[in-house]
Design a protein around this ligand. Structure first.
Ligand code: ZN
Length: 551
């Protein structure tokens, strides 16, 4: 573990650099640290069975006595999703914007847990003190309510950590991006800027939320049949904007999908939603005329159990697709989810729906700054040093080059595990610490080794063979009987297994009379793996159960 030098600010990113999601960064001066954001990453299908990936909990545990607080910037899962795990481990106060705090509370209610004990709602009026650092929140616009950048005053200068942001002049809640507030920070002097790189390869400026809600509203106005809009449940402003547009068009709204209700409830508890929404119960959807209904649902990423996927497979009890439905996927088509999304799009089309998505119509606005906004952030703050954060390596590299182009003195490109030191004179990477990510599978949490991810992957690809062998020592040689069962191996002909049993018995019977059990096990494994390799090019796991009997 690295201790900070007395005369430096120390930064250690544990997630979110060189990847999308799982954002977590440690900031420390004089061995007093705080954790900025605490996110999860949803696992790829190849991490068989694991649902989420978490930052290195062992490393956080090592720093436990030095960490004083967790500070969250907004309520997206890739910023707060690990707080229940990390919060339980560190037992320090968790500072969160109001909406994020309500999401954490609601989820704890849902799971019946109470891990995050000291949850403190924070806004721009507060100053959080961690040792010699003072952290303040500065409001930004993004795709979830209550998002803040952090302004961290340290003995080595001011750091601005933008977290996720876009520059939206006309967001749904009317509180546009505050350019002046950022410029003021720039006037006071910024030592280091850490800025969102998600869209560093996208030219131009993001579209405003109001514009997208307007475009979808127009579609709702013109639609002769039902309109189904699928979006991220956390984008509460867009949910409310679409409800408003449906009302204006004289239509009723139903919501299908638990998570949309959950985020709306968090918004209500945060005090931002004071009037009832007057929604149609999802069980009454079919009783309404197609022309008078707008449905908001989950499933824009074709998540397997989501409302829209189930409807596309005619497997949802309340939501059925009608010929003439207009389905709008109002979200990003996330790389990696494309195949599943387009399978769903095809199934919806097969049922008679017309599907619009970001590649064919203006139905989504990103929540992350494009190049022009990133450039403007650098110009407003005029930092001495720059570190691109939040994004895949290529995005961060493009952002790093943009900063150099803008004349930033020091821009460094770092990844998770890089320990960075900022002094009054310079910024440098001290070392690259190896990270051991953790995974969540239901109630179990462990690292890759503990979760047996490699073994699960191999089992899925290669299959399992269990063999029961009973061996008798006859007068001059061994006698053997075998019974084989397989899992996950394509067996096209039963006689293949009969053949293997005979072959295996012969191999064992050919062994010397006083052979050691270990040797028999090795022979069985070699024989079975060799057999399947020759026959179907697979090397399955072999479990052998050997029983000895005397003749
Ligand atoms: Zn976000």
């Amino acid at each position: 573990m690295m201790k900070t030098r007395r005369d430096a600010l120390c930064l250690l990113p544990l997630g979110g650099l060189g990847e999308i999601g799982m954002n977590l960064m440690l900031y420390g001066v004089d061995n007093e640290f705080f954790v900025c954001d605490c996110g999860v990453q949803f696992c790829d299908p190849w991490m068989v069975g694991a649902e989420y990936r978490l930052p290195d909990l062992d490393l956080l545990l090592e720093y436990k006595d030095l960490i004083r607080a967790i500070v969250l910037t907004h309520g997206h899962e890739d910023h707060i999703g690990a707080v229940q795990f990390v919060g339980g481990l560190l037992k320090v106060p968790v500072y969160a914007p109001r909406f994020a705090a309500e999401i954490i509370r609601l989820k704890e209610e849902e799971y019946g847990t109470h891990v995050v004990k000291d949850l403190i709602v924070t806004d721009e009026k507060d100053a959080i003190k961690v040792g010699s650092m003072v952290i303040r929140l500065l409001r930004v616009t993004h795709s979830i309510p209550d998002t803040y950048a952090l302004v961290i005053d340290t003995p080595f200068g001011r750091v601005v950590h933008t977290s996720d942001f876009k520059m939206d002049d006309t967001p749904f809640d009317g509180v546009g991006f505050d350019y002046d507030a950022f410029e003021k920070q720039g006037d006071k002097g910024v030592r280091v800027l850490l800025s969102d790189s998600t869209n560093a390869l996208v030219e131009g400026h993001t579209r405003s939320e109001k514009e997208i809600i307007g475009t979808i509203g127009k579609r709702i106005q013109e639609a002769k049949g039902r309109v189904l809009v699928s979006l991220f449940a956390s984008n509460v402003h867009r949910v409310l904007g679409i409800i408003e547009k449906a009302r204006e068009a004289g239509k009723k709204v139903a919501i299908v999908g638990k998570s949309i209700h959950l985020y709306l409830e968090a918004y209500r508890r945060a005090g931002y939603l004071t009037t009832p929404l007057d929604l149609v119960d999802e069980r009454r959807i079919e009783s309404l005329d197609d022309r008078e209904l707008v449905i908001l649902c989950t499933g824009s990423q074709a998540e397997p159990r989501s409302a829209l996927v189930r409807a596309s497979l005619q497997d949802h009890e309340n939501l059925r697709i009608h010929a003439g439905d207009l389905v709008v996927l109002s979200s990003r088509i996330i790389p990696g989810n494309e195949k599943a999304i387009f399978r769903m799009v095809n199934n919806l089309a097969r049922l008679g729906a017309t599907v619009l998505h970001e590649r064919v119509a203006d139905v989504h606005a990103s929540g992350h700054a494009c190049r022009e906004e990133e450039r403007q952030m650098i110009r407003l703050l005029r930092p001495k040093a720059f570190i691109p954060i939040h994004g895949e390596y290529a995005f961060m590299k493009a952002h790093h080059e943009l900063a150099l182009e803008e004349g930033v003195q020091d821009s460094i490109l770092v990844e998770n595990g890089h320990l960075i030191e900022v002094t009054k004179h310079g910024i440098e990477v001290l070392e690259h610490m190896p990270l051991n990510h953790h995974y969540v599978d239901g109630p179990v949490i462990g690292d890759e080794e503990e979760m047996k991810l490699d073994e699960r992957k191999k089992m899925a690809w290669q299959g399992v063979v269990a063999v029961w062998v009973s061996i008798e020592k006859k007068k001059k040689r061994l006698g053997a009987r075998c019974n084989i069962k397989t899992l996950g191996i394509p067996i096209l002909e039963k006689k293949m297994l009969d053949e293997l049993e005979i072959h295996l018995c012969e191999e064992i019977e050919d062994m010397p009379l006083f052979v050691h059990k270990k040797q028999i096990e090795e022979t069985i494994e070699g024989c079975i793996r060799g057999f399947f390799r020759r026959k179907i090019d697979k090397k399955p796991f072999v479990l052998s159960f050997i029983q000895f009997g005397e003749d």
